[in-house]
Design a protein around this ligand. Structure first.
Ligand code: UTP
Length: 474
């Protein structure tokens, strides 16, 4: 049986120039042979060949998108009229949430290579005082919304082969932090390839695989049946964010309201870039479509371009916080090739074998990974909305161990944000030139998860605590 299957698969791989996957077949044990077959069976080689071909010619596609203009965006409210509009949008958003039309979607399948993560990133302890994990922070935010709007909210957590078991175990140990409707979704994988498009073997009987990128979430939702479940439940909008950003508002009435009011299919939160070289994708327009251009693809002259007031023209930095219409994302699960988001390639250091099958641990990138990015959904949408966020209010991702976008900067941004809420409530808190108090404080999402909520809750709070070092408000 295994021989017949192996023969057929071998032929198929051979046809696509990937016969080396079976190079050591004859000397593998029967257990190794069956494991290799199990893995090979999950790969649609004809499809993969097309993907490899497309991805290796990605550079020319990038050039074909036409001249770039900065994307239009809705600015952070700055006048009476703006705040009136804000109120109207919040009311619309709150109604949608109350009506049970929103589900939350966290992508947590990444490898966390820049941090050298050995555990799923969502389990990292990130809050300043209570050291809550990222997953706990999101769970508390979702629970708070459930209470506030008297609704049950579905939460989908996307994992990958590498993060799945540990993530489920973590939630299990913590009773899912009280969230009843939680769904785990394992994303797809792709083989690592060489610059020539050859599949890389990790061992003589195993292909080197990696997660297929956060854009893989679209297909994973369809494949798992969760998309159908969402439809059956009448859920209209997915509130999408990545696991590394504890400042995100998981359920954001203003964002939802603007999305609904504009009848957008995709909406995204942006922050203004701090400086021209900041390593963040930028929302742009080309050929009448909104899209994110990665920082390394944005021509330098455009990245540096400033208007007459001295501000960056291409300033709309991508926070990876999106609202996705459920009917819209359905189209990425059909057979229509025109609704396929592209694969990007990135260099990767892949443990592999030499020509004799001996293990090799390269010190420099020796392969490419193929990944889909969620923001590539934008050009498919006829209606998009880009909404500005205050820097530091919604976005402080944890990407590195040290320096920019690290645990340390995220800790700082949380303390700074909580202090700014307290100051807005009239509490005198010392601060340095950057708005940072000289001590740690923490406000639990169970108390408030935005300045607006905080001010309301604080006003009605009896026996207000005196704010001092180490203060935790819940
Ligand atoms: P990043 O691109 O920052 O990747 O992912 P990462 O894995 O966290 O870190 P590096 O690049 O390896 O250092 C942004 C978000 O998308 C998720 C991550 O978990 C993170 O929430 N993601 C990324 C996935 O869910 N799957 C993927 O295949 C890639």
């Amino acid at each position: 049986m295994i021989d017949r299957q192996a023969k057929e698969l071998r032929l198929q791989f051979c046809k696509c120039g990937q016969e080396h996957v079976f190079k050591f077949w004859e000397i593998l044990s029967s257990d190794e042979q069956s494991k290799l077959i199990q893995q090979v069976k999950t790969i649609d080689m004809d499809y993969l060949s097309k993907i490899i071909d497309g991805a290796l010619h990605n550079a020319s596609r990038q050039k074909n998108i036409g001249p770039l203009a900065p994307a239009k965006f809705i600015k952070f409210p700055n006048s009476e009229v703006d705040w009136q509009k804000w109120k109207e949008a919040v009311a619309i958003g709150e109604q949608k949430i109350r009506d049970g039309k929103i589900a939350v979607f966290t992508v947590a399948g990444g490898e966390g290579t820049r941090m050298g993560c050995i555990v799923p990133k969502g389990t990292l302890q990130v809050t300043p005082i209570k050291k809550k994990s990222l997953f706990q922070v999101f769970a508390e935010k979702i629970k708070a919304s459930e209470r506030r709007y008297d609704v049950t909210i579905n939460w989908i957590v996307m994992t990958s082969e590498r993060t799945h078991n540990e993530t489920i175990e973590f939630f299990g140990k913590n009773n899912s932090f009280g969230i009843e409707n939680i769904h785990f979704l394992k994303q797809g994988q792709m083989p690592a390839i060489t610059a020539e498009g050859k599949i890389i073997m990790e061992t003589t009987s195993r292909i080197a695989m990696h997660p297929d990128g956060h854009g893989g979430s679209l297909k994973a939702l369809g494949r798992s049946g969760l998309l159908a479940m969402l439809e059956n439940l009448g859920i209209e909008i997915l509130s999408y964010f990545q696991v590394d950003n504890p400042l995100v508002r998981c359920v954001d009435p203003y964002f939802v309201g603007v999305h609904v009011k504009n009848q957008a299919q995709v909406s995204s939160r942006m922050v203004r870039k701090l400086y021209a070289e900041e390593k963040v994708g930028v929302f742009c327009e080309s050929n009448g479509r909104c899209r994110v251009i990665e920082y390394f693809d944005l021509p330098k002259e455009q990245a540096m371009l400033r208007n007459s007031e001295g501000s960056l023209v291409f300033c709309a930095g991508n926070t990876a916080i999106h609202l996705l219409d459920v009917p819209f994302i359905k189209r990425f699960n059909g057979k229509d090739i025109k609704s396929e988001i592209p694969y990007h390639i990135a260099q990767k250091t892949v443990p592999t074998i030499d020509s004799l099958g001996e293990p090799v641990s390269p010190k420099v990138p020796n392969g490419l990974k193929l990944e889909m990015f969620i923001f590539d959904i934008l050009p498919f949408a006829d209606r998009t909305t880009i909404l500005e966020s205050e820097r530091g209010a919604n976005f402080s991702p944890i990407k590195h161990l040290e320096g920019m976008d690290s645990l340390k900067t995220c800790h700082r941004d949380q303390v700074k944000l909580f202090a700014s809420w307290l100051r807005a409530a009239g509490i005198d808190i010392p601060m340095d030139a950057n708005g940072l108090p000289p001590f740690d404080i923490e406000i639990s999402p169970t108390f408030a998860d935005s300045k607006h909520d905080f001010l309301q809750k604080w006003e009605n709070l009896e026996g207000k605590p005196t704010i001092a070092a180490g203060q935790y408000i819940e």
